[in-house]
Design a protein around this ligand. Structure first.
Ligand SMILES: [Zn+2]
Length: 326
């Protein structure tokens, strides 16, 4: 019997994915379903339970062959109690994840924030594999982050330590959903990049950037980068500004944590070196301690699978978790 297998579940605002992860940390089978905004959590978790049995059925394994199950979910989670304290994305508050799921799936179950799971996935078999400390920064609708210190997820005393998108980088700046002004995610997320692109297109109506807006109807990360790659001065100016904002937050993270590696994930990470090299140049100039080598800054490797693999391996990699017995 191979009990080294794990099951990882990634609960997102729009989609839930569940996968059976083999001993070598590869996905053996995977199913997904729509979260269905506004459904009672009991319904969603009932579907999660069905997905667990379905990934086992697809491969011919049984629940006994699985060592542990892990759930990743956006928001603030209590790892010890196995509960969602608050999740803005799925509108859950005080949801007893583990207790509810264990009614259908009698197994050890672990929970953590989805960005922590993604960081753990990258650490276990992605970009930051082999490092002792790393921070995975996800540039998406918001700015998410997962901090790995000494091979464990750093969650802080109240399990809420990874809100890196809410460091203020512009005092009195753009209002943020958290209530403060000038948070990093209001300047470094794709949402922010699109907002800034719209402002620039309006300011420079003859630019290629403005033309892209007219042609495509709306900006997304990719068409902004495409305009810059065609050397549109307006798009280049915009990206310079965006790189500056992204770099400011990374410099803060390096100054505080001095991790061995910063991993950049999210949709625009597919821009590769075009995104990475200007950021590295800014960060190099800005970090406090210039006498030591700059932590490596690199692009995430696992994309969407990072969260699922990280969730599957929560057992043993959380700094504060206690066993969620049956
Ligand atoms: Zn904020």
């Amino acid at each position: 019997m191979d009990v080294a297998m794990r099951i990882g579940v990634d609960i997102g605002g729009t989609k839930v994915s569940c996968a059976l992860v083999g001993e070598n940390k590869t996905i053996l089978s995977k199913v997904s379903f729509d979260t269905g905004g506004g459904r009672p959590y009991t319904d969603v978790l009932h579907d999660v339970a069905n997905s667990v049995y379905s990934v086992l059925d697809q491969t011919g394994y049984r629940l006994d062959d699985v060592e542990a199950i892990g759930l990743g979910c956006p928001g603030i989670l209590d790892q010890q109690k196995g509960e969602v304290i608050y999740s803005n994305n799925i509108a859950w508050e005080n949801v007893p994840l583990v207790k509810t799921l264990q009614k259908y799936v009698p197994k050890e179950i672990y929970v953590d924030n989805d960005a922590n799971c993604a960081a753990l996935g990258e650490y276990l078999c992605g970009a930051s594999q082999g490092t002792s400390s790393s921070i995975t920064v996800t540039l998406g609708t918001g700015v998410g982050g997962g901090i790995i210190l000494g091979g464990r997820i750093h969650s802080g005393f109240n399990s809420a330590a990874n809100a890196i998108g809410h460091m203020v980088i512009v005092s009195g700046g753009m209002p943020c959903t958290c209530g403060r002004k000038g948070c990093w995610e209001s300047y470094a997320s794709i949402t922010a990049l699109v907002r800034m692109a719209e402002e620039m297109a309006e300011q420079f109506p003859d630019s290629l950037l403005a033309e892209v807006k007219k042609r495509s109807g709306q900006f997304n990360g990719k068409n902004i980068f495409d305009a810059a790659r065609q050397n549109d001065p307006t798009a280049l100016k915009l990206l310079d500004q965006y790189y500056y904002f992204v770099s400011e937050g990374i410099i803060d993270l390096i100054n505080v944590f001095q991790p061995q590696m910063i991993v950049i994930g999210g949709g625009i990470s597919s821009e590769g070196d075009y995104l990475l090299l200007p950021i590295i140049a800014n960060v190099k100039k800005g970090v406090y301690c210039k006498q030591v080598p700059l932590p490596q800054i690199t692009i995430a490797k696992l994309n969407n699978d990072a969260g699922i693999i990280g969730a599957a391996y929560l057992k043993g990699y959380q700094a504060t978790a206690v066993s969620q017995g049956i």
